[in-house]
Each structure stands twice: as C-alpha cells, then as structure tokens.
Design a protein around this ligand. Structure first.
Ligand code: TNX
Length: 482
C-alpha cells in the first residue's frame, strides 16, 4: 500500500512492485517549480526530477516513505530487501511557507532537540522553522554587544507549572541559551534540508527578560525597572519596552547580530500583546508621542515597527510580525502572521501584504487535543487531529479573490508555557503536525469535503510506525498517555 503523508498531488500505480536495491537517480529540471518534483519507481530503480534541489529533496522524502517504517531509523536493522510499489508521482506544494513555530523562550529546548525537530519537519515537507527566541520568561540568543541578555536574561529563578489551577511552582532555576555558533549550526542543518529558520525577537511587549538584564530598556519613569526579574509566571505582561531612541538603538544592535546568524529573508519582530498602560503613564513616552506628531500609543507602537521595517528593508530583509502590527498603521513592506482568528490576515491581504495564517482557534499545538480529563497539558481550546486536518488557511472571504494569493502560507505554533521538555513537545506536536503538513502541502478540498477517514487510515497503516521508528512520543490515537 502507498500511504503517503502529506498526500501527493497525483499518483499513478504503474503496476506491480519489486525489491528496491537503493538505486536513485536525481536531476534538476528548471521548467518545474523549485519545490516541485516527479518520482518514478520502476524495476530499474527510482528517478527523482526536481524543479530545484528543494524539489529533489522533497522527492527523496516521498521515496523514503515508500521504503517502509524502518527507513526512518538511524541505521538499517537488517530487514532488507524492501519491496516498493512501481508508480509515478507528480507533486508540488500548495503553499510556499509551511511553518512550525517552536517557543524556546518559555522553556528552553537544547540544541540537539531543535536539530531533531528540523529532521521531523523535513519528513513532513515543512520548510520554515520559526524560533521564538525571546520573551518575558527568557532570552535565548547570545548577543555579544549586550552580554547580560543571556547572562541574566536566559535564567529564571523558578517556573510556574502549567496553566490555570492549581498553582504549583518548580523551585529549580530554569534556563539556557544558544550561542551564535549553535544557531549557525541549526541554520546550516536546516538549510541542508531546504528549511529556513526565521528568528523572532519579540518587541515591544514580551520583553521582560531583556529589561531584567538592562533596566534602562523599561519605562523607568513609571516603575522601578531595576527591581524586575526574568518573569516566572505566564500571561500578558504590563511591563514593556520604553518607546525611546535609546531602545531602538539597542535593538538595532541586537538585530545586527541576528542578521549575521540568520541569512533568510524574513525576520520576526513580534509585536503581540503589548499593553500600553506604562506608556500612558510615562512622561517620556508621552513626550515621544508629541515629538513624532502621533495620535496615540497604538501609533507609537506602529512607529517602532515601521522603524524596524525600514531598518530591515535597508539591509535587504523583510519584517514579519504578529497581527497586532496592523494597529496604528502597518509598515509598508511588512508581512503579517495572523494568530487572532482570520480577521487581521484578511485585512492585511486585502491591503496587499503577505500573510501567514496561524489562527489560535485552529492550529495552536499548545492547546489540548481532546476534551478528556487526562490530557497532560490542560490548556486552551480543543484542537483534535480532525480539527487540524480541517484547518483551511484561505478563509471564505478571500477564497476565489485575487487577494487569496497574498496568503503565502500557514503555520502551526507550539507555545511552551506548559510544555517542559522534548517529550511534551512531541506529545503536543504529534500527530497533529502531520495533519497540518498535509493542509500546508497538499491541495485539499473544502474543509467539509476533506476525507479525514482516509487521512486517519494512512496514519494508522503507516505513519504512526514511521513516527515510532523516529522515536516520536506522539499522543496515541487511543487517548492520552501520562
Ligand atoms: C498568545 S500567539 C501569545 C503567546 C502565548 C500564547 C499561548 C501570540 C502572538 N502570543 O505569548 O504563549 O498565546 O497560547
């Protein structure tokens, strides 16, 4: 049986099957789209023709799935030869941006675990790894010009366990960070697999770890910023960056070093959940509003985002941010990552901005995957495997209009407030990331017409066995494991 995930665009069985001797011929045919490929398996071996090296690589991933679950082990375990079905596949992705966001700020994930996720994305033909590198609870990227960001900002005293009640605390300090070379290694490893790593430096909210390291970054005329520590619990935080020139310069330093590590086009500057109360109370912030001739605090945030939009554009890069960057006016070349339902993404697409859809109502992998009492991370709305399979990145208000092309892709986000280690990451990510990958890659029909039982059958017949061979601690289809 051929149980591919994600499903290819066109598959034709050419009759019969036979032992596979490992003979794979590859070539590039630039008349195909760069990520498109054709794969032919016959008695003469396998041939992969890719539009570019990326297409060849995705073709190899498909062939690997045809070789059976043991092809996903680190070394052969001697069950050769494998029998492969003879067939022709023509395949190409629906979306250019097929992303997965890993929040390594709330809980630090060691470098090896990140590299392993790069491999898991490649298996599923996902091509963007968005690393959420900074937040209130931790700063995870070494910045040589401002060493306290990691000396102080990468460590917190203790951690509030989970979300909601009951409140328990882990009294052990938690932390860690990636050296610049660690991140260069992750970027290079991903590039070998045709995956782009998008760094996120979240500002002006979600920045308490930076303020704890450098109190002058905060609103020191409103609160005692020197008393702030790296935040030890979760939620939306009133303590945000000061909207001053000095802070802009500091973050230019940070981004200069970030650009040295990450060669990709897009740089994510966050922009989400910035409470404006401190700015309302701050004489410095109010003076800045007057100086710049702005109407209000929303425009003040927008002026910061516009500043970095221009700054990045001058360096040949593009800004992407959470959909709050629409408030107070969106910077010219900015792309929007839409997490609050589809609303901001639709508005941005209609205004001619590129959009990545990742609504929290659909594809937040930190949310529970059943309504049962035993889910180990009891947070958020229920997103079952089937719910994720029925996620449609292009909402009805854009479908069939010229603006639909502005939706350059989709992303599944895994926040880690309550996700403490790689085992939990696996549990929350899988199997739902496999369903997401099919949504992002395959041309699926309207959500109501999607054949979830066919997807489920491919999962049960083949894909769980692949995940087993890969050592993924997924949520079993029979229900939660502790
Ligand atoms: C909202 S999504 C956040 C994150 C939280 C997440 C929890 C977004 C841009 N901000 O800071 O971790 O909800 O689901």
């Amino acid at each position: 049986m051929v149980n591919l995930i994600p499903a290819p665009r066109r598959l034709e069985r050419t009759g019969g099957s036979g032992p596979f001797g490992g003979d794979v011929r590859t070539r590039v045919d630039p008349s195909l789209a760069p990520e498109a490929y054709t794969l032919t398996v016959s008695a003469g071996g396998a041939e992969i023709v890719g539009g570019g090296e990326a297409g060849v690589f995705w073709g190899r991933q498909t062939l690997r799935q045809l070789l059976g679950p043991d092809a996903f082990r680190r070394v052969p375990i001697g069950r050769e030869p494998v029998t492969v079905p003879y067939l022709t596949i023509e395949d190409a992705p629906r979306f250019a941006w097929r992303g997965f966001m890993l929040d390594v700020a709330r809980h630090f994930l060691p470098k090896d675990d990140v590299l392993r996720y790069v491999d898991l994305l490649a298996v599923h033909k996902l091509n963007v790894l968005h690393l959420h590198l900074t937040d209130d609870q931790g700063w995870r990227v070494e910045i040589e010009r401002h060493p306290r960001l990691t000396e102080v900002g990468a460590w917190r005293r203790r951690t509030r366990r989970g979300w909601g009640e009951p409140v328990t605390w882990d009294e052990r300090p938690h932390g860690g960070f990636y050296s610049k070379d660690d991140l260069r290694e992750i970027v290079a490893y991903a590039a070998e697999r045709h995956i782009t790593v998008v760094p996120e430096i979240d500002l002006p909210g979600h920045s308490q770890a930076a303020i704890a390291a450098y109190p002058e970054l905060g609103n020191a005329d409103v609160i005692d910023t020197a008393a702030l520590e790296v935040k030890t619990d979760w939620g939306i935080n009133p303590h945000v960056l000061a909207p001053t020139e000095r802070v802009l310069r500091f973050y230019e330093d940070v981004l200069t070093e970030v650009l040295e590590i990450f060669p990709g086009t897009f740089v994510h500057i966050g922009g989400d959940e910035c409470l404006k109360d401190e700015w309302r109370a701050s004489l410095a912030a109010q003076a800045r509003i007057r100086e710049l001739g702005l109407a209000d605090e929303d425009e003040l945030q927008s002026s910061m985002i516009r500043h970095f939009d221009r700054w990045l554009a001058d360096r040949g890069r593009r800004l992407i941010g959470w959909d709050e960057i629409l408030e107070g006016g969106l910077a010219q070349g900015a792309a929007v990552m839409c997490w609050r339902w589809y609303t901001g993404g639709v508005a941005a697409a209609k205004a001619g901005h590129d959009v990545v859809m990742c609504p929290q109502q659909e594809v937040y992998l930190d949310h529970v995957q059943s309504g049962g009492p035993d889910e180990p991370v009891p947070f958020g709305w229920v997103h079952t495997l089937e719910d994720v399979y029925r996620f449609e990145p292009v909402p009805p208000s854009l479908a069939g209009t010229p603006h639909a092309a502005r939706v350059i892709g989709a992303q599944a986000n895994l926040w880690t407030e309550a996700v403490e280690d790689r085992r939990r990451v696996d549990y929350q990510a899988f199997p739902r990331l496999a369903a997401f990958a099919e949504v992002a890659w395959s041309e699926l029909p309207h959500p109501d017409e999607r054949d979830f039982s066919d997807f489920e059958q491919r999962m049960n017949a083949a894909h769980y066995a692949r995940l087993d061979a890969l050592g993924v601690a997924y949520r079993p289809p029979t229900g939660p494991h502790p």
